[in-house]
Write a protein that binds this ligand. Structure first.
Ligand SMILES: C[S@@+](CC[C@H](N)C(=O)[O-])C[C@H]1O[C@@H](n2cnc3c(N)ncnc32)[C@H](O)[C@@H]1O
Length: 220
């Protein structure tokens, strides 16, 4: 599915979020606590937008790996990543469920709108925690259900009606933009994700709601 929508992925992110997604990624990157000269990994990176934000924090002495198992997604982000990070961030084809990195490697490990799509969410979180060094941080940026019932109804209208229509029109793959809201609806709650992070050995897990609770950051 992601191979198929890769050519229009960036355009649709900006259209469907009215470009707000850049701010959400910036906040998620900030919550990794990554410092200049640090070493970070962004899994399920797609076209690499969150890796760009990490590279901004890591600076020219830093190192960022951006991994995904969809080659077309990586290929569509490759030039952008090189241009915006000056080579600090590099891409690699890798399955989040079997990361090709040693344990305790990274100061920060992040995922943006990707963990929901991993076939085994808990195993994905455990794999992210495995490659984070002790004292490092793991950050999940993901859609979730708004807690306010009125906002939830508005969100349902937008995500089940508007998104598939616009997404289908622009990408020619309406089914991918129907999958998006139904996968969010079926996704784990904030509390379930927190429990998974704790079972993966992450401590001091904190949850931040953005944009009326439709986008949520978990950090541990
Ligand atoms: C909605 S996109 C998110 C892309 C990007 N992180 C962003 O914020 O825009 C989800 C990505 O997760 C990737 N993905 C899903 N399961 C994966 C896995 N097991 N290993 C690696 N990538 C995976 C897909 O290929 C896709 O590029």
């Amino acid at each position: 599915m992601f191979d198929a929508i890769a050519p229009r992925y960036d355009l649709l992110n900006s259209l469907l979020s009215l470009s707000l997604h850049h701010g959400w990624r910036r906040e998620a990157a900030r919550q990794t606590g990554l410092k200049a000269g640090g070493c970070a990994l962004d899994v399920c990176t797609g076209t690499g937008d969150l890796a760009v934000e990490l590279a901004r924090l890591a600076g020219e002495r830093g190192r960022v790996w951006a991994t995904d198992f969809s080659l077309p997604m990586l290929q569509h982000g490759e030039d952008k990543l090189a241009a915006r990070t000056g080579g600090v961030a590099k891409m690699a084809l890798a399955d989040t469920l079997a990361l090709p990195f040693a344990a305790d490697t990274f100061d920060a490990v992040s995922v943006g709108f990707g963990i929901r799509n991993v076939a085994d969410v808990e195993a994905g979180i455990q794999e992210m925690a495995r490659v984070a060094r002790p004292g490092g941080r793991v950050v999940l940026l993901e859609f979730n259900r708004p807690l306010n019932p009125f906002i939830a109804r508005l969100y349902d209208f937008y995500s089940f009606r508007v998104m598939p229509f616009v997404g289908g029109l622009v990408s020619g793959r309406r089914e991918a933009y129907e999958y998006l809201p139904s996968s969010v609806k079926a996704f784990h709650s904030r509390e379930e994700l927190t429990a998974m992070m704790e079972r993966a050995g992450l401590e001091d897990v904190r949850v931040t709601d953005l944009i009326l609770g439709t986008v949520v950051i978990h950090q541990g």
